[in-house]
Design a protein around this ligand. Structure first.
Ligand SMILES: NC(=O)c1ccc[n+]([C@@H]2O[C@H](COP(=O)([O-])OP(=O)(O)OC[C@H]3O[C@@H](n4cnc5c(N)ncnc54)[C@H](OP(=O)(O)O)[C@@H]3O)[C@@H](O)[C@H]2O)c1
Length: 310
């Protein structure tokens, strides 16, 4: 698996990461019913065996359980693993200490002294200014508890502001983690992707499989169970609408001896400065997602997929 630098000068991570929102999450993903610790441990092991060593988590996943599980699995492997986690700017967190305390708690759950990447989960910091927030994160880089600083769900303007505030402290903004997939292309037209490239900020693409829509597993006759069934994109009409994209993914998957999910992730990884972080609940999914890289769609196929899903 190739590696990529986070931002212009940040740490180097695998060109595809694994998202761990579903590890411990009972509200959206049905952890504990459809799958549990054994399956997500196997997903971790399969990812690492396939050469994927970059994992994305957050304090709110589980809540806390995703970080705890990841920390436990990391302790049991000899392979160096890179961890990205996230700070939740909640209304009652209005001092620098509340940011540092949240990081302390994340590090405890992860059983680590430092994380590769610490991201602000969303742009609304309520009673804390972005200046205070970014200054505190820069202080934590100085203390050595964070290697690189990132943001998530920031617009182009919000990202520019975070970049400017961190730059004053000599700390580069390494990433903006945003929703990006063949079916979610807003960052291409709202200026976020363009601004990230201009600033040298890496895009971590979350929900890169559009929460399962791009795997071809769900059809109008076989929608998912759980909360996704209330999402209009997973309704009969929604699934019918994306049929041409799924059909092209299937066609290309057949040509390359891959799966539709691997083709969708390969398309995303082909976009400059973008790292996909697909979620995986099982060894099979982790292994399959790792196999999304290491081969290439042709430039014409990349264009065709882009056109079909526009
Ligand atoms: N920053 C943010 O605000 C934010 C928001 C959302 C997510 N994220 C991050 O991004 C990561 C990924 O996003 P996501 O979980 O929303 O969506 P995703 O990666 O698009 O989809 C993940 C889901 O797709 C299915 N799947 C995954 N690999 C598959 C494969 N190879 N074959 C068939 N099905 C497969 C699984 O669900 P089923 O098996 O149940 O279909 C899995 O839970 C999260 O884990 C999290 O780290 C961040």
């Amino acid at each position: 698996m190739g590696t990529v630098t986070l931002g212009k000068t940040g740490p180097s991570v695998t060109a595809l990461g694994i998202g761990t929102w579903a590890w411990g999450d009972k509200l959206f993903w049905n952890y504990g019913k459809d799958y549990g610790e054994t399956q997500v441990r196997e997903a971790f092991e399969a990812a690492v065996s396939a050469g994927v060593t970059f994992f994305d988590t957050a304090e709110v996943y589980g809540p806390g359980e995703s970080e705890r599980l990841l920390g436990k699995f990391i302790k049991q492997t000899s392979v160096p693993v890179r961890v990205a986690t996230k700070y939740g700017p909640l209304p009652w967190r209005n001092t620098c200490e509340s940011v540092s305390d949240a990081l302390t708690e994340s590090l405890k759950r992860l059983q680590l002294d430092r994380v590769t990447l610490y991201q602000v989960h969303w742009p609304f910091a309520f009673f804390m200014s972005q200046e205070t927030l970014m200054n505190t994160l820069a202080d934590e880089v100085g203390r050595g508890r964070i290697e690189a600083v990132g943001v998530s769900n920031y617009s182009a303007a919000q990202m520019r502001e975070a970049h400017r505030l961190l730059e004053k402290r000599g700390v580069p903004l390494a990433v903006n983690q945003v929703r990006y997939s063949l079916l979610d292309r807003q960052i291409e037209s709202n200026g976020t992707l363009q601004a990230a490239r201009e600033l040298g900020v890496t895009i971590l693409a979350y929900s890169p499989l559009a929460q399962g829509l791009l795997t071809g597993r769900y059809t109008p006759d076989s929608p998912p169970a759980g909360p996704r069934q209330w999402d209009s994109r997973f309704s009969r009409a929604g699934l019918q609408k994306i049929e041409p994209v799924v059909s092209l993914l299937r066609q290309l998957a057949e040509k390359y001896g891959r799966t539709p999910a691997q083709v969708a992730l390969n398309w995303l990884a082909a976009q400059e400065g973008v790292i996909p972080i697909p979620g995986a609940k099982t060894a099979k999914q982790a292994q399959e997602n790792a196999g999304a890289l290491g081969w290439e769609l042709s430039p014409q196929e990349i264009l065709r997929l882009g056109e079909a899903s526009r």
